[in-house]
Structure formats: C-alpha cells, structure tokens
Design a protein around this ligand. Structure first.
Ligand SMILES: C[S@@+](CC[C@H](N)C(=O)[O-])C[C@H]1O[C@@H](n2cnc3c(N)ncnc32)[C@H](O)[C@@H]1O
Length: 249
C-alpha cells in the first residue's frame, strides 16, 4: 500500500501558466540540461508532468520516457508531442535495471513521504546520472506563507525532501548555475490566493484568504529574486548513500 500521493490532475489546466519560467531562463535551462546530458541517449523523466522538460529534450534528439501518476498532466505532455508516456508511480517503476542512461527528476521528491524509495527505484533503472533543478535563494514570500499558516494551526504540505536538499545528503557530481531573475510578488500572491501550489491544497480556503491578505500588506509591489541551478549526481553515489541509509535503520 502506497503512502499519501499528490497527483496533479487538478493542476493540469493551469500548471504551465503558473510554473513557467521566463522565456530566456527556460531557454538557458534547456541548453544547460542538454549540455549536462551529453553522452546520454535514453532518459527517464520521473514525474514528467506536462512535459516542460521532456518535450524540448525529445526535440533535441534524446530518447525520453516520461512517467507520472497523473494522466491529466501527461495529456498535456502528449499535446506537446512527448511520445513515450507511462502511467506509473516513481516508487515502483515498470522498467528493467539500468534501462536509462540518465534520469531527469524536477520538483517530484518533495511530494513523496517515501522519497527514498523513489530514489532507490530511479537509481535501479538509471546507469549514469540523475539530474535535477533547484531554486537556491531564500524565498521570503513562501516562508511568510508557511509561517502564517502555521500560526493559524495548519501546515503547508511538503511530504518529502526537495531535490535541492538531496545535495546536502549526497555530494553531487556538479552544480551548474542557470540564472538569476526577478519574479513579481503580485503575480505570486495571485497564485497563492487561487491555491495553485500543491503545498496549499490541504489548507482551507478561509485560512488561505486570511494569510494571503496579510502577505499582500507586506509584499505587494515588490520584486523577489530567484536563482536557478541544475544539480547532477552520479547514480552510484546516490545508490551508495541509500544502501548505507538502509543499513543504519
Ligand atoms: C511539481 S510537478 C513537476 C512536473 C515536471 N517535472 C516539471 O518540472 O514541470 C510534479 C509531478 O509529479 C507527479 N507525481 C506526484 N507523485 C508522483 C509519484 N509518486 N510518481 C510519479 N509521479 C508523481 C505529479 O502528478 C506531477 O505531475
């Protein structure tokens, strides 16, 4: 029996509009991804979602297979002509050992209470590298949201560790800077007010409204800096860490 799952069916209609990167940053991200995946042919995109990265990677000539537990998200990926989409849980992958040269895994692990299991599975099916992306700047708006929600007796949902936190556990092969850019607090406040982020889906609307009103007083009109990095691990390093982890338990 699987622990709690956070499928994104409800987010499929608005995911790309609310999570999109500025055009230049997206271009730079894809360029950097392609460079870091050089030498790899077959790629698993674990938690492929709407195919944000699978689509351009496939266009660049990689053989991409995307897996996700949300059919609605994968329908969006199919609309972008992502060919190989499999409805599957990242913790139980329907692939033989070492099926892929690399796995791309972006913004998935924080959704899984059993994120270690997903990593173990990803390592089992991946020969060479695991590649992810992470925001590396303190986000005062998000922290403010979490703090205010907590003060009202609720908790923003974050079940597992983020890929960015994984680099504190397993030393990456490399981290590659992509870009810094500003986001407008007003846009993020609008997203928060509409509860577009999965961390908000367990917060009642009345509580959310109260928190967002408070945040508007603090953040309206501000620009917030973001900083995006790519992180690359050797699969065998991640595997070694989790083998030790299993022994320690
Ligand atoms: C935040 S989205 C990220 C999508 C894509 N990687 C991106 O960066 O645009 C997370 C995706 O993971 C999927 N997901 C959640 N739990 C999963 C699981 N256990 N196995 C596979 N996919 C899962 C969700 O349905 C969603 O499409």
């Amino acid at each position: 029996m699987r622990k709690t799952r956070v499928p994104f069916d409800r987010a499929a209609p608005f995911y790309d509009k609310t999570r999109g990167l500025p055009e230049l940053v997206m271009r730079q991200s894809v360029k950097t991804l392609i460079r870091e995946l050089k030498g790899c042919k077959s790629i698993l995109d674990a938690g492929v979602g709407t195919g944000r990265f699978a689509a351009p990677l496939q266009k660049s000539g990689f053989q991409v297979v995307g897996i996700d537990i949300s059919r609605a998200m994968m329908e969006k990926a199919a609309e972008k002509d992502v060919d190989n989409l499999v409805h599957s849980d990242a913790c139980l992958l329907p692939f033989k050992d070492s099926s892929f040269d690399a796995t791309v895994c972006v913004h998935l692990l924080h959704l899984l209470a059993d994120w270690q299991e997903a990593l173990r599975e990803i390592c089992r099916v991946t020969r060479e590298i695991l590649v992810s992306m992470s925001y590396e700047r303190y986000n005062p708006l998000r922290e403010g949201y979490n703090r205010l929600v907590k003060s009202l007796g609720y908790e923003s949902r974050r079940l597992g560790k983020g890929e960015g936190q994984l680099k504190d556990l397993v030393k990456p092969l490399k981290t590659v800077f992509i870009a810094t850019y500003d986001v407008q607090a007003d846009e993020r406040l609008m997203h928060l007010s509409r509860r577009v982020y999965s961390s908000q889906w367990t917060i009642p609307k009345a509580i959310n409204d109260k928190v967002v009103d408070e945040l508007k007083l603090q953040f309206s009109g501000q620009s917030l800096p973001k900083e995006l990095w790519i992180i690359v691990w050797r699969t065998k390093d991640v595997q070694a860490y989790f083998n030790n982890f299993a022994e320690r338990r």
